[in-house]
Ligand binder design. Structure first.
Ligand code: SF4
Ligand code: SF4
Length: 138
């Protein structure tokens, strides 16, 4: 019984160590100031109603298989994620891993509306893999 309990605790610690980062999302508190957009090293931030592409600001071209397993065409315009506020294309956000110590959008946002996206919990290794996938030259 004690052994099982220890194993469970070890497992819990392991999860705590590996699942500790997330993509970032922009909430409806956004005031559309635009300060975050030029700060994103992955060109993952877009103005409301903007059709975005995986190839914007990355090395991605043509048909691609994303680290998440999703199939897409990097040059195809994608539907805007918000028609009201700036938005983040989750598949392109690495929480700035590979470029900066902290999320740059959150660092400059005047109303603190760039927050961790609980629906997109990703390990640091996975985020680093996303960054390498988009920017193999770095
Ligand atoms: Fe871009 Fe970094 Fe913000 Fe993600 S956390 S949207 S990579 S600036
Ligand atoms: Fe919106 Fe903040 Fe970006 Fe300004 S910096 S556009 S308030 S998310």
């Amino acid at each position: 019984m004690l052994r099982i309990l220890i194993q469970l605790l070890l497992h819990a610690n392991l999860l705590k160590e590996t699942v500790n980062t997330m993509a970032i999302k922009i909430t409806d508190e956004c005031i559309n100031c635009g300060a975050c957009e030029p700060e994103c090293p992955n060109t993952a931030i877009y103005e409301a109603s903007y059709e975005w592409k995986y190839s914007d600001g990355t090395s991605l071209l043509g048909d691609i298989k994303l680290p998440s397993g999703k199939i897409a065409n990097a040059d195809k315009e994608q539907e805007p994620i918000s028609d009201e506020f700036y938005f983040i294309a989750t598949e392109k956000c690495t929480e700035c891993v590979g470029f900066h110590e902290e999320p740059q959008c959150a660092a400059v946002c005047p109303v603190d509306c760039c927050v961790p996206d609980e629906d997109n919990v990703e390990t640091e290794d996975f985020l680093r893999g996303k960054q390498k996938f988009m920017h193999p030259e770095n």
